[in-house]
Write a protein that binds this ligand. Structure first.
Ligand SMILES: *[C@@H]1O[C@H](CO)[C@@H](O)[C@H](O)[C@H]1NC(C)=O
Ligand SMILES: *[C@@H]1O[C@H](CO)[C@@H](O)[C@H](O)[C@H]1NC(C)=O
Ligand SMILES: *[C@@H]1O[C@H](CO)[C@@H](O)[C@H](O)[C@H]1NC(C)=O
Ligand SMILES: *[C@@H]1O[C@H](CO)[C@@H](O)[C@H](O)[C@H]1NC(C)=O
Ligand SMILES: *[C@@H]1O[C@H](CO)[C@@H](O)[C@H](O)[C@H]1NC(C)=O
Ligand SMILES: *[C@@H]1O[C@H](CO)[C@@H](O)[C@H](O)[C@H]1NC(C)=O
Length: 324
């Protein structure tokens, strides 16, 4: 039966594209890479991974950026707030998408106790930040607030009574595309006191947010650049594991250029202690109903049976042809 060999090869080659597709798409493959190859079906191209530093972010100063935001109407040069929490770009790619669905950034923060602003309202002009990624100064992406245990209306309490909140930006420009989120966290006074920041409110805002991840209080005055923590939080069936490392060298241990600096750092204390909490988040568990957060389906389920039938159909056709 010397003729069967070329035919077997023929079928094997026919099946090659579908066989070759499967190993290219795994759960572990970063979503941002997957997004970059949306045109690849059915013939995958080689994916060029974006360079990402081991730390999960680029130091903004290296690209002409700054770790202080610029607050509007605070003078020239403007005063700013410290970007004192970083969600590392080495986190699970699903968490780095600014959405609530599929375990995204907003779902992670719901698990920590922060949600979008009261009834979608946003008071005040946006702050800007330059993360050194080539995009220059950009308006804040959005702002999330401590929700007092009520994701729907709790942020209205925050708006009136004050509390913890953060504005955020993503480092995603062409020259430093880490995918990391930079958060300017601070603890506000009530609206009646014009939303100033409480004493030590930048450091405390950062550490209460981290405490909300770890589930136990962070002692702000005991922190150093070797402090590390871990925590587990969950929302909508997603369970997140976070590891936190406080790092120095990004922010200055200083009040210089800091908005409300004189009121926040009193008794000789600096308004900013110079530490940034770097949070790396992985997803420990996804709920069974999280369809889109899993591996991208190569073929819609409805066409799968048909595709599986193709080799059989071809064999049938060929056998038919041979028997003629
Ligand atoms: C930033 O926000 C201000 C005030 O809302 C707006 O006027 C401006 O167009 C925004 N800039 C960009 C680049 O979106
Ligand atoms: C969680 O956040 C709230 C509001 O900022 C704060 O009062 C509380 O102390 C935080 N919890 C921990 C354990 O840090
Ligand atoms: C916090 O740390 C400081 C400095 O190490 C220490 O003096 C203080 O007792 C600690 N507070 C708590 C509540 O552990
Ligand atoms: C940690 O801080 C100390 C000063 O307190 C400094 O000498 C050291 O270089 C820092 N280490 C890192 C890894 O930033
Ligand atoms: C998915 O299931 C979880 C419970 O495992 C539930 O909390 C969540 O609301 C569900 N999400 C959707 C989109 O149905
Ligand atoms: C910040 O500087 C002050 C002195 O101005 C020092 O006492 C403090 O330990 C420093 N904080 C950190 C976190 O290095």
């Amino acid at each position: 039966m010397s003729t069967t060999t070329p035919f077997s090869m023929f079928f094997l080659l026919l099946c090659m594209p579908s066989l070759a597709l499967l190993p290219h798409r795994t759960l572990a493959e970063p979503l941002r890479q997957r997004r970059a190859e949306t045109r690849s079906w059915p013939w995958p191209r080689n994916v060029v991974p974006r360079s990402e530093p081991a730390a999960g972010y680029f130091a903004p100063a290296d690209g002409g950026g700054a770790m202080l935001t610029q607050a509007p109407n605070t003078g020239d040069p403007p005063l700013g707030e410290p970007l004192n929490v970083i969600i590392a770009g080495t986190s699970d790619p699903a968490v780095l998408v600014d959405q609530q669905s599929d375990g995204g950034f907003r779902n992670f923060f719901l698990s920590v106790g922060f949600s979008a602003e009261c009834l979608g309202q946003h008071e005040g002009a946006p702050q800007t930040a330059n993360l050194g990624d080539g995009n220059g100064y950009l308006n804040e992406t959005s702002e999330l607030r401590w929700d007092y245990g009520d994701p729907t209306l709790g942020t209205c309490q925050e708006t009136v009574h004050g509390g913890n909140h953060f504005r955020y930006w993503t480092q995603s420009g062409k020259s430093a595309d880490s995918g990391a989120y930079f958060l300017a966290t601070s603890y506000e006074l009530p609206i009646a006191e014009d939303h100033n920041i409480i004493v030590n409110g930048y450091n405390l805002g950062r550490d209460w947010l981290i405490g909300n991840i770890t589930g136990s209080p962070i002692n702000t005055s005991a922190l150093t650049n070797t402090s590390t923590f871990t925590g587990t939080t969950s929302y909508a069936g997603f369970i997140y594991s976070s590891s936190i490392a406080y790092v120095s060298g990004l922010l200055a241990n200083s009040s210089s250029g800091v908005n409300h600096g004189g009121d926040v750092g009193i008794n000789g204390q600096t308004a900013v202690d110079g530490l940034v909490a770097v949070v790396t988040i992985s997803i420990a568990t996804k709920p069974a109903n999280a369809t889109k957060s899993g591996a991208i389906r190569i073929v819609p389920t409805t066409t799968l049976p048909f595709v599986a039938l193709i080799p059989t159909l071809l064999v049938g056709l060929l056998l038919g042809a041979l028997s003629l």
